[in-house]
Design a protein. Structure first.
Ligand code: SF4
Length: 92
C-alpha cells in the first residue's frame, strides 16, 4: 500500500473531531453487520483534533470490504455519513 486514505468529507457534525471536516490525525473504522462505522466518533463537549481537516484512515477492521488490505484502507478516499458510517464500505 503506497498511500494513506483521506477522509474526503464527514457529515457527522455532532462529533468533537468535526470542524467542517475531520480533524482527527487518523480514524479507526469498525462496526458490525451491514454498516461500517467510524470508531473515533465521540460526542464529548470538547474541541478535538488538529487545526486542519486532513483526517485519514489509520486502520479498518472491516476485512470483508473490497478496499481493505491488511486491516488498512486502500481506497483513494472515503466519505463519512451524518451517522458516522463509511459510505465507501462494500462487501467483497
Ligand atoms: S472503504 Fe472499506 S476498507 Fe476503507 S475505511 Fe471504509 S470500510 Fe474500511
Amino acid at each position: 500500500m503506497s498511500t494513506i486514505t483521506s477522509i474526503e468529507s464527514c457529515a457527522t457534525s455532532t462529533c468533537a473531531f468535526n470542524h467542517d471536516g475531520c480533524t482527527a490525525f487518523a480514524i479507526t473504522v469498525n462496526g458490525q453487520g451491514p454498516k461500517a462505522s467510524c470508531g473515533t466518533f465521540v460526542t464529548l463537549d470538547a474541541r478535538a483534533g488538529l487545526p486542519t481537516t486532513n483526517g485519514k484512515v489509520g486502520a479498518c477492521k472491516r476485512l470483508e470490504c473490497v478496499h481493505n488490505s491488511d486491516l488498512m484502507c486502500a481506497a483513494e478516499s472515503i466519505e463519512i455519513s451524518d451517522k458516522a458510517e463509511c459510505l465507501s464500505y462494500e462487501i467483497r
